[in-house]
Design a protein around this ligand. Structure first.
Ligand code: OAD
Ligand code: ZN
Length: 252
């Protein structure tokens, strides 16, 4: 690895060590090395699908079976996927910090499987079904055989418990995320294109409130020019290196 990489990793570890409160914001890129497609770019989930065809309430109303085929295929794929070293390293950061909050846009549950605890799932969780009619929620752990699963309470159509375009975030989620962003001293922004609001605005909010923002992403994004530190590497390489630096270097 380059000197630049080692230098940046040390800087990030130093800031984490000095911080009272740490927040992390993650996107699809942190799960890429677990074999999960990201949304944008070549091979992305939205390639070949217009998002509005499968990820909007209108699409569900018009064709619930088609929307369920898309989400059942995602669940089937996810059953094969495990957390990767980046998820594990982030769970380790939580252990090292007195006060840690993980804000994720991912619905894949891999942070929880890796051991992270204080998680805000801004876009919901794919392993929850929610009734379209009565909002009853049901955790699920597999793929339904029914083309459109039905509600146990009212017989209505169940839908995946994820946030679609044009929908509100889960109640309280953005408020909790904003409060974590406002209070943190360091925010790690890992594997997100920083294009989708309101998630994308949280790092700016953190920075306005005095936090250092560290971006971890092999590609330049909408955030790159304003980040305090950019580690242009894959999360599965950068995060374990940061944790190693955090754990081996003595406290000042
Ligand atoms: P995107 O697909 O927009 O961006 C993924 C980012 O991950 C890109 O910037 C990649 O460069 C980066 N990336 C790829 N591999 C990586 C790796 N190994 N390590 C680190 N970074 C890597 O995904 P999101 O930003 O998560 O919303 O997308 C945000 C939201 O848009 C999603 O939550 C979803 C989508 O539409 C909803 O479904 C509501
Ligand atoms: Zn119901």
């Amino acid at each position: 690895m380059s000197d630049n990489f080692s230098h940046n990793v040390k800087q990030a570890a130093q800031w984490l060590r000095e911080a009272q409160r740490v927040a992390a914001m993650t996107g699809a890129g942190i799960s890429a090395e677990s074999g999960i497609a990201t949304f944008r770019g070549t091979g992305g989930l939205w390639e070949g699908h217009r998002a509005e065809e499968v990820a909007t309430p209108e699409a569900f109303r018009a064709n619930p079976e088609m929307v369920w085929r898309f989400y059942s295929a995602r669940r089937t794929q996810l059953l094969e996927c495990r957390p990767n070293p980046a998820h594990e390293a982030l769970a380790e950061v939580e252990h090292c910090c007195e006060n840690f909050c993980l804000i994720t846009q991912n619905v894949d549950n891999l942070h929880r499987l890796a051991g992270s605890q204080n998680i805000i799932e801004l876009h919901g969780n794919i392993w929850i079904d929610r009734c379209w009619d009565c909002a009853h929620e049901e955790p699920v752990d597999g793929v339904s055989e029914e083309p459109v699963p039905r509600c146990r309470k009212c017989g209505g159509m169940m839908r995946p418990g994820v946030v679609w375009f044009g929908e509100m975030l889960p109640p309280g989620a953005i408020e909790r995320a904003q409060s974590a962003a406002a209070q943190c001293d360091v925010m790690l922004v890992i594997g997100t294109s920083s294009l989708v609001q309101p998630a994308a605005s949280l790092s700016g909010f953190a920075q306005q409130n005095g936090a250092k923002v560290v971006e971890i992403n092999p590609e330049a994004t909408a955030l790159t020019h304003s980040a305090d530190l950019v580690i242009a590497e894959k999360a599965g390489t950068a995060m374990p290196a940061i944790v190693e630096a955090l754990q081996t270097e003595p406290r000042p």
